[in-house]
Each structure stands twice: as C-alpha cells, then as structure tokens.
Design a protein around this ligand. Structure first.
Ligand SMILES: [Zn+2]
Length: 484
C-alpha cells in the first residue's frame, strides 16, 4: 500500500499544525533531525548529549528548587560535570523523591502555572486546547505504578511532541512515512468510544483510529477487527497485552485479516518477549516493533527491523547502574532528560534492569542499544540458592513451541517465603503431561524445598491500569515502572 497525497497532507501539515495549537511544537523538524542524527558517529552523538546535558544542569541549578538544593548540599556546580561519566557525581532520583517533591522539581519560571494545572480538573495528561497561546501551558500528568500510588509530574507539550517525533522515526525505519493510517488500542473503555467528536476528528485529521485497549473481551476484539477492516490501517499500536490478546483472538477464531493492510505493529508498555513477537508476526504478517519508555521521561528506546532496541540518545541519557561497585552489567537503568522541559529528570531510577551497549546493530544506525532488558527489578527473582530467574525463563518454560498452544495465559507469583504459586488459564490440549513438564522445569531450576502450587483459573485479571503481570514478586512488591 502506497503513501497517498492525503497521508502526506495529514502527516506533514494537519497533524503538526493541530498539535502546535496544543503547544506541541516542532514535531516535523524534530523528526527530520532524528533521521539525520541516528547516523551520527558515536563520539558525535556523545558530544551532542554532553552539550544538552550541560544546558539541563545549568537550568536545574539555576531554576529548579529541588536540584538547586541538592547541588548545594553536594557542593556541586554544573561546571563540575566535565564529561557524560561525571554525571555519576549526582545521586539517582527515586520514585519517592518524585512523590515527595514533584512541585519543587518544576522550573520556577513555571511556578504560577502549577496551581492552575492542578486545579484545572482535566484528566491526567489531557492536552490544553490552544495552550500555545495561553499563559499557563503546564499539563498535569500522572503515572500509575501497578501497585502503588501514582506519581504526579508536569510537561508543557514538549514531551509529547518528542514522543510523536520518535514514533515517526520508528515508523520510517519500517518504510512508513508520516500520516499513514494507524489504529491505536488506547487506555479507553469501550463505553467511551461511540460517537465521540474528538475521536472522529482524530480519525480524519490525524489518521488515527482509537480502539479500546484495556479490559478486553471477545466483544471488544470483534469490534476492533470490524473497525480496522473499515479503516484499513497500516500501523497497529497498543499495549503489548492488547496486541497479543487481539492476535490470540484472530488466531483462535480463524479470522481473515486480509482486508487489513498492516505493515507494522508497535507494542509498548511492556517488554515484548520472543513468543509474543512470534505470535504477532505470524498472525498479522507484518513488521513488529516495541517501544520502551515511561510517561515521565517519554519514549526511551525503540526496536528496529534488525532487532536492535535503540536508545533515543538525542534527548535522553541512559545509564545502567551496576548493583554493586565492580559488578558486571546489566544493572538498573537511570534516565536523564536532555531536551528543554519545565521538569527535568536527572538520573531517574526506572526500576528496570538492562545493559546499555554501544551501537553495533545490523541496521547500521549508531544509536546505543539496550540489551538484556530483563524486566523490572521486582520481576527478577533469586532462588533460595541464589540463582537468578528472569521473566524470560518463564517464557521459555511456558511458550516453548511444544506447549505454546496448551496455555492461554499464565502468572507466576513468588511468595514472601520464596515459594511459587502459578496461575494458569488452560488452552486446548492442556493435560497432565503439560503439568508434569512445568513441575519438572521448576524442579530443575529451583531448590528442592521450594513449594510449587499450580492453580487453574478461568481468567487472569489485569491490574488497575489494564496491564497483565506475568510475574509478581510478593517479596519485593516493587512498583512497576515500565511505561506506566
Ligand atoms: Zn538497528
């Protein structure tokens, strides 16, 4: 399917112009810049990052009360940071720092806008119409940990425009230009969908079809397919669990998707494990990508056609912090925002474990790679003998080709006593042999005194935010940060 004049009109004119009214500026300029800078040499990219980091630190020291105080206590001047590595002189920013001090983390030049944004009564993250021309441009947003209280943060539209530009670059990697028709399985209940004027506007002016993305059952999946047949999207975007749920529905019901000309499916809000990627690829017969990010700092990395999870290095500095000095990578990810924003984040602790590797991807782009993205710190479990079990282990156990069809969904709970409770939603062909296989995989990898309870359920419930957790570690119960 080729790009039409209409796609170009939407992508290059109508979409950026309407976003401009919401103070989301420079999307196309940023996108064009991205398509150049991704080919920069590694040292050039690092130089660009350092220049932007210096500006961010300068802003933080001068205008952000939280950082001004933090730097004062450390006796640190922005000029003391002479290289990207020197950023380690600044302590990491935790989620509880953010919860305690989010107002002090806003650039004081926006101070008068904070109460306005807080009192506006708009849903989290909802853009302000015509904010480009208003005095108060701050948008209040929240990110919900799957277990804990949500954090609050602010942006002025620039974070969103950066995300849009990043998604445009990602689609370009798969040969899709701005304005291509896109179906987005969003965080909306079905009840909200019919006859909404803003959704209709979005469909025609942005070429975006908004579909339900949470609490999905057969009825919603059927609706998604029906709407996609009429809309003919080239891109499908959504939570990993929504996309795999839809693919599973299509496969089980042998639904013909020939009328939907998909070229790319982009999953986000959770890692995309091998078996999930395979399911999407086989069902939709299109390219598959994944975005790793968090609402506070934006899209952090995106998966290229050659399988590299590339860091958006131009506006983020991503470090991997070893668990202890001298320990080998991977470590917990820390993210620093480098673009101009009213609320800079410096060394924000993501709660996810991965390795930041130099480029070396088959696609030839020089952007760094995230490797061994093992999952949230809370999803990684150490057995009684100290053996590390990452979520990938369970993917291998449950989704090996031999057993993939017998299990619809599973959830592993590590109890406080380091025992295991596994909930299984059975598929066709599940039998005693399958259970025996699971029990022997556990016996081979966990200590003999580890108790295993297998519970068969009709349905595994998603969290409040609509995501399915594959692994729950009751011993840690660390809040999830993956694209909250
Ligand atoms: Zn690549």
């Amino acid at each position: 399917m080729r790009t039409t004049i209409m796609d170009n009109l939407v992508g290059y004119v109508v979409f950026p112009a309407s976003n401009y009214l919401m103070n989301r500026k420079g999307i196309i300029g940023q996108y064009r810049e991205f398509t150049r800078s991704e080919w920069f040499r590694e040292d050039v990219l690092r130089h660009v990052q350092f220049k932007k980091l210096s500006a961010t630190l300068e802003q933080a020291a001068r205008h952000v009360p939280f950082y001004r105080e933090r730097f004062r206590k450390l006796g640190l001047q922005p000029g003391d940071i002479r290289s990207l590595d020197d950023i380690r002189l600044i302590p990491a920013l935790t989620r509880s720092d953010l919860m305690d001090a989010y107002r002090e983390m806003v650039d004081e030049r926006f101070a008068a806008s904070i109460p306005v944004a807080e009192g506006a009564g708009r849903p989290s993250g909802e853009p302000i119409p015509l904010s480009r021309f208003r005095r108060h441009k701050l948008v209040r947003n929240t990110s919900s940990g799957s277990t804990g209280a949500p954090t609050v943060f602010f942006e002025d539209g620039s974070r969103t425009s950066m995300n849009w530009a990043c998604e445009m670059r990602l689609k370009k990697w798969f040969g899709i230009g701005p304005g291509a028709r896109e179906a987005r399985m969003a965080r909306l209940a079905t009840a909200y969908l019919p006859d909404s004027r803003s959704l209709n506007v979005r469909k025609h002016l942005w070429h975006q079809l908004i579909l339900p993305g949470t609490n999905l059952a057969e009825e919603e999946f059927a609706l998604c397919i029906e709407k996609m047949r009429a809309f003919r999207p080239r891109v499908l975007w959504g939570y990993t669990s929504a996309l795999t749920g839809l693919a599973d529905y299509v496969r089980r019901n042998k639904i013909d998707t020939a009328a939907i000309p998909l070229q790319l499916a982009i999953s986000w809000a959770a890692p995309l494990y091998g078996h999930e990627e395979r399911l999407l690829r086989e069902t939709f017969g299109c390219g598959i990508s994944n975005i790793y990010g968090a609402r506070e700092v934006g899209h952090i990395a995106a998966l290229c056609p050659a399988g590299g999870l590339h860091v958006n290095q131009e506006y983020l500095l991503v470090e991997s912090e070893p668990a202890s000095a001298g320990a080998a990578h991977p470590g917990e990810l820390l993210v620093t925002t480098l673009d101009a924003t009213p609320m800079p984040f410096i060394r924000y602790r993501m709660g996810d474990v991965a390795e930041v590797a130099p480029a070396g991807c088959g696609c030839g782009r020089q952007l760094q790679l995230l490797k061994n993205l093992l999952g949230r710190t809370g999803e990684i479990f150490h057995t009684k003998s100290g053996r590390m079990i990452s979520p990938n282990f369970w993917c291998r156990v449950f989704m090996s080709s031999e057993h993939a069809d017998r299990i619809r969904r599973f959830q592993v709970v590590y109890t406080r006593e380091k025992n295991l409770r596994i909930a299984i939603q059975r598929g066709d062909g599940y039998d005693e042999g399958t259970e025996w296989y699971i029990r022997s995989a556990v016996a081979d990898n966990f200590t003999p005194d580890t108790e295993l309870a297998i519970v068969y359920v009709d349905r595994i419930e998603p969290t409040v935010s609509g995501k399915y957790l594959m692994v729950i570690n009751e011993a840690k119960q660390q809040e999830a940060t993956w694209n909250r």
